[in-house]
Design a protein around this ligand. Structure first.
Ligand code: SF4
Length: 635
């Protein structure tokens, strides 16, 4: 058995009900390492051009990496990839939890899933043995019920389960894949693709631990983690208050999207903060396999209108943003309840909350009337309206739910009447709770990212900006070739270089399957050097930072190649009009906006750094330099 990985990829054809085990050579693992680089490799080779994302011809991949399952923080991650039903471009989403490590222990590094089963099935992989089972009895049930049934059925409490929820069965476009009933491969509609294949769940259990080249080296690195958490204020905040630790700082900096991104500060931010959650409804902190940070929230509400079961976890910062400040709602219990509904039904909380906020703005502006809302007073700040809209969305029913279940872009097309002015989407993906007007390099990345607006595809501006950047951040960024601090609110060539280099680093993290809260180029527990040391110790390969960065570039080039083949190019690298209008409200970012000139010139410079054409398409030369010239035939 090789170091770090199993050496086995499982190919499943659900139409035929057949399975084959591929054993790729070491050179394949070293070149692609895992995650979405490996996934898009198979998707390009095995999916014909132009297929309907919900047809059997779409190829769905689930990939761990050459480090998943090592006993150290921030390595239990898995990426899902397929053609996205939201955008028609590549779909990509990463999740953590215990499922990814258990998947590896079950004996495989990844799944390539093709076809469509004639009836609902679930896949079990128990100690290396894959099997398909009837899943008719699981359909229509919320995620927690499915977990209970499958644990009893498999006779094992320690199985890990990845599933799509009932929302996907009802055709909700932004359906997620859920593991532990509270960790989501949330973005780009991967749950709907899974449902379109009649694959209800993947169940894994294995006793085979990952063999490491230098187990002592990994243990030594892992010891640094617990010692460093209290000394690193960012990590300490993440551990104490979860991702919700940033609610208050985002608000004070004027980067908390409010009232569907029209303002940047929310007057009721304190009641939905991580600190308030810790004081009130927090029951426990959870973690992913072997991670000391324990950033996951577990909340419980036993009394009142919004009862919340701790099994469904607790809201992340993004969820507090989209269901909270985006919708003008400062009721933590109601947001925790909305989070539970999303986890029970399997929907992306970012897309869902942002779509409701979009509809609220449309209603307040008179773009839609009570006829379209089914009589609902869909106003900012109305908890009742938010929850009614959410319940209709997950059921894909009612006059409002049937439209909003398809996301805000499609809703804007249905409604017309200027509804598109209220959109905050890029490639169909609703923007997360980080404002590109203030974090301008993020505006660039929202535009050019192959799968739409995403906040975890590059480092955020404040990491390198004067007044915010610490010595720790700057020391790490210097390793990537960015030794100097930059001016706030800039988007000049130096800032574009920062965006590109940190995007490449993050792209590598989505390939080596590492958590961006633990491994990163800035505020994280470990920096670039430790990332190199870890991959070396896990695999025994004499890797360098340059080699890891090349892995990140391979992923981006393969994704852009896929997109180019599907006709998605620079024309899709567009930001919504709202980002170019001056922010309202008060506070430090009131009145600011992006300009078309700066974004257009940043995109030009970004393509130049990437070595792509002026239309954002990889060239044969750029692919050749990364030793993936084979992909040029798909351009
Ligand atoms: S930092 Fe949080 S999300 Fe990342 S691996 Fe640890 S517990 Fe999981």
């Amino acid at each position: 058995m090789p170091f770090g990985y199993n050496g086995k990829i499982l190919h499943i054809d659900l139409t035929r009900g057949t399975m084959e085990v591929e054993t790729p050579p070491e050179s394949f693992y070293r070149k692609y390492m895992g995650g979405s680089a490996m996934g898009v490799y198979y998707i390009l080779k095995e999916m014909p051009k132009g297929v309907d994302p919900l047809s059997p011809e779409n190829v769905l991949t689930l990939m761990c990496s050459v480090t998943t399952g090592a006993a150290i923080s921030g390595q239990s991650r898995i990426n899902a990839n397929a053609k996205s039903p939201i955008s028609g471009a590549i779909g990509d989403s990463q999740a953590g939890g215990y499922f990814p490590a258990e998947f590896k222990f079950a004996g495989f590094d990844g799944l390539v899933i093709k076809g469509k089963s004639p009836k609902p099935v679930y896949l079990s992989i128990m100690d290396g043995k894959p099997e398909l089972h009837d899943a008719a009895h699981l359909m229509g049930r919320v995620t927690g019920e499915v977990d209970d049934i499958l644990r009893k059925e498999m006779g094992d409490d320690k199985i890990e389960i990845l599933q799509h929820g009932p929302a996907a069965e009802r055709g909700v476009l932004f359906s997620s894949m859920v593991n532990m009933s509270n960790r989501n491969n949330g973005r780009t509609g991967m749950g709907l693709v899974m449902a379109s294949k009649n694959l209800k769940a993947v169940v894994v259990r294995g006793r085979q631990r990952v063999r490491l080249a230098d187990a002592k080296g990994v243990t030594a690195l892992n010891r640094v983690g617990p010692k460093e958490v209290p000394n690193n204020p960012d990590m300490d905040g993440l551990a104490k208050y979860g991702t919700a630790s940033v609610v208050m700082p985002q608000n004070s900096m004027g980067t908390l999207p409010t009232h569907n991104y029209n303002e940047s500060q929310f007057e009721s931010c304190e009641p939905i903060s991580g600190e308030k959650m810790a004081e009130t409804i927090l029951k426990d902190r959870e973690t992913c396999y072997a991670c000391v940070v324990r950033c996951k929230r577990v909340v419980e509400i036993k009394e009142g209108a919004y009862k919340v079961d701790p099994y469904y976890g607790g809201p992340e910062y993004e969820t507090l943003g989209t269901f909270g400040s985006y919708c003008g709602i400062g009721d933590l219990a109601a947001i925790a309840y909305a989070n539970q509904i999303c986890n029970q039904n399997g929907v992306d909380t970012i897309a869902c909350g942002a779509t409701i906020a979009f509809a609220m703005e449309c209603y307040e502006k008179g773009i839609i009337t009570k006829e379209q809302t089914g009589g609902l007073e869909l106003k900012f700040g109305s908890v009742e309206a938010m929850l009614e809209a959410l319940n209709q969305i997950v059921a894909n029913s009612g006059p409002l739910g049937r439209v909003l279940s398809q996301g805000s872009e499609r809703a804007a097309s249905v409604w017309g009447n200027g509804a598109d002015e209220c959109l905050i989407t890029v490639k169909g993906a609703e923007a997360p709770a980080h404002m590109p007007q203030a974090k301008r390099s993020l505006g660039l990345i929202y535009a050019v990212n192959p799968f739409g607006a995403d906040h975890q595809s590059s480092e955020h501006d404040w990491m390198i900006e004067e007044g915010m950047a610490s010595d720790l951040y700057m020391g790490r960024l210097a390793m990537l070739g960015m030794p100097d601090k930059l001016a706030p609110l800039s988007l000049d060539k130096a800032k574009v270089k920062f965006a590109w280099l940190t995007e490449v680093f993050y792209s590598m993290l989505d390939t080596v399957e590492l958590c961006q809260f633990v491994w990163g180029p800035g505020w994280t527990l470990y920096g670039p050097q430790e990332t190199v040391d870890f991959v070396k110790a896990a695999t025994g390969w004499d890797v360098t930072l340059d080699e890891l960065m090349a892995v990140g570039m391979r992923r981006l080039n393969l994704m852009r190649t896929f997109n180019a083949r599907e006709g998605v190019d620079r024309k899709a690298d567009q930001l919504p009009r709202k980002f170019f209008k001056a922010l309202g409200g008060s506070g430090p970012t009131a009145g600011i906006a992006l300009t078309h000139e700066e974004i257009d010139s940043a995109i030009d410079e970004y393509y130049r750094l990437a070595g792509w054409t002026a239309d954002g398409i990889p060239t044969r030369d750029s692919l050749k330099q990364l030793d993936i010239e084979w992909a040029a035939e798909y351009l």
